[in-house]
Ligand binder design. Structure first.
Ligand SMILES: *Cc1c(COP(=O)(O)O)cnc(C)c1O
Length: 476
């Protein structure tokens, strides 16, 4: 299947849908075969079924039972009050085709969330439509493309992306038709200045940067980066997936960021990790405000309404207005912190630094001169001397009841192991996690390599499992 994107030259018509080049298949023959076979249902009682599924659910690793130390993903606790609110009958029974007069409550929630995000990010406007962070990146780049088309900047075809970036960044730039130019990281884990200024020519449409970046390090020269880009009429995209490190403390819009996505399901809590649903609102500077998607939720002093009259809008991103359930949770999370919302950032950073302090003598810090923000990236190279890899360590953690941390990302760190404790873990849990790693490392390499033994699925052959996946699990 190939995705072919066409950009409409006429901005008032918005963005044209991609043409899908899909081969048609006649499925009737498969269905015939399927129904000719006898269906073999097992003869079991209700009790046996209940036990089977309850046991299966207990095999799960979830934030409700254990710390999920995945870096980048911000797997924080999701307060139950959020769930209760999002699951209120009054919200669940709403229909997206309801006339505005009958949907004032939900429109107000969306409007207020939008206003909070504008304030927290320092932006001129925010669109709530994107269904996830990556979808927000897609929208941001569509708007950058629309801005340059509008100004006749047809020569601007390149997007700069640092080598530490999340894979979705180059993917989004490329799907929007841009050429991706990689910028190196320097010895402090920040944008390599020489490489950046050398590659910043007139054909650059923009730069996508994550701040703090995926190494958990703050890009100190962010304002200068924005200035240099703007001098060349190039725009600054910020990946806001790590916004929990700065929320309430700094406003990216004030640094000169033109467009940023928020990952509501990360920074403002919503269960995620199983593939959604998420929500990736996008904040924009005055430069990009004219291109924001329709419709925008507005308030005229009396009534909340959907504004479809945005002549240069890139169009609509979703069939309706975004993932409203995630928006309700996010607003609840923001309101529950109120004026103390900076506590999210303070505790997220404090927790990561505490964990760093506990582990810095057993793992290697590739960027010792850069203070850590909300997450820590170590290199597991010292483990190789013991005859084990970070993969072995991650697998062994499963036996100790922890979910495995992120490993082998970011790509710029050899044997990377990336941990984000988030603001919701207690010092005791962080100590327990660090002590568990230390005690695993005292075992013999053979023992470590044979783990996990307590999980439903033991050690698998990675390559073979990828080529020939078998999803059956025996419930012993
Ligand atoms: C999670 C993440 C994304 C993608 O966001 P989704 O909501 O998963 O689509 C992009 N960049 C970074 C740094 C992330 O951590």
């Amino acid at each position: 299947m190939a995705l072919i994107f066409e950009f409409s030259k006429d901005n008032t018509k918005g963005y044209r849908l991609p043409k899908l080049d899909v081969q048609e298949v006649d499925i009737s023959q498969y269905l015939d075969e399927y129904y000719r076979e006898d269906l073999k249902f097992p003869e079991v009682s209700e009790l046996e079924v209940i036990r089977h599924y309850t046991k299966l659910s207990q095999k799960n690793y979830a934030i409700d039972t254990t710390m999920v130390p995945l870096g980048s993903c911000t797997m924080k606790y999701n307060p139950r009050i959020n769930e209760e609110l999002a699951n209120k009958e009054e919200f669940l029974s709403l229909h997206p085709f309801l006339p505005e007069d009958y949907a004032q409550g939900i429109l107000r929630i969306m409007f207020e969330l939008k206003e909070f995000l504008k304030e927290l990010g320092g932006f001129a406007d925010v669109s709530l439509q994107p269904a996830a962070g990556a979808h927000g990146e897609f929208l941001g780049l569509l708007m950058i493309a629309a801005y340059h088309r509008d100004k006749g900047n047809d020569h601007k075809t390149k997007i700069l992306v640092p080598d530490s970036a999340h894979g979705t960044n180059p993917a989004s730039a490329s799907i929007c038709g841009f050429e991706v130019i990689t910028i190196k990281s320097d010895k402090n884990g920040q944008l390599d200045w020489e490489d950046f200024t050398r590659k910043l020519d007139d054909r650059v449409a923009g730069l996508m940067i994550t701040n703090p970046n995926t190494l958990g390090i703050f890009e100190k020269r962010i304002k200068e980066i924005a200035q240099l880009l703007h001098q060349r009429d190039a725009l600054l995209y910020m990946d806001g997936a790590n916004f929990n490190a700065i929320v309430g403390m700094a406003k990216p819009g004030k640094w000169g960021v033109d467009v940023m996505h928020f990952n509501l399901h990360k920074t403002f809590s919503t269960p995620h990790g199983g593939g959604g649903p998420g929500s990736g609102p996008v904040g924009v500077s005055e430069r990009l405000k004219p291109y924001i998607p329709v419709p925008q939720v507005e308030f005229d002093g009396k009534k909340y309404y959907l504004n479809w009259n945005i002549p240069k809008s890139v169009g609509k991103l979703l069939s309706f207005y975004g993932h409203v359930g995630v928006m309700i949770r996010a607003l609840a999370y923001i309101l529950s912190y109120g004026k103390e919302i900076d506590k999210i950032a303070k505790y997220a950073v404090l927790n990561a630094r505490y964990l760093y302090h506990l582990l810095k003598d057993v793992l290697h810090d590739p960027y010792p001169n850069s203070p850590k923000m909300h997450e820590v990236v170590f290199s597991g190279l010292p483990l190789q001397k013991m005859g084990i890899s970070v993969l072995d360590l991650a697998k062994a953690l499963l036996d100790e009841g922890f979910y495995a941390p992120t490993i082998y990302f970011p790509l710029v760190v050899k044997e990377a192991i990336m941990i984000e404790p988030t603001e919701t873990e207690s010092p005791q849990t962080i100590e327990h996690f660090a002590n568990t790693i230390k005690s695993i490392l005292k075992e013999s390499p053979e023992t470590i390599k044979s783990k996990p033994e307590k999980t439903a699925v033991g050690r698998i052959k990675e390559a073979q499992a990828n080529r020939n996946p078998i999803f059956k699990v025996s419930l012993a």
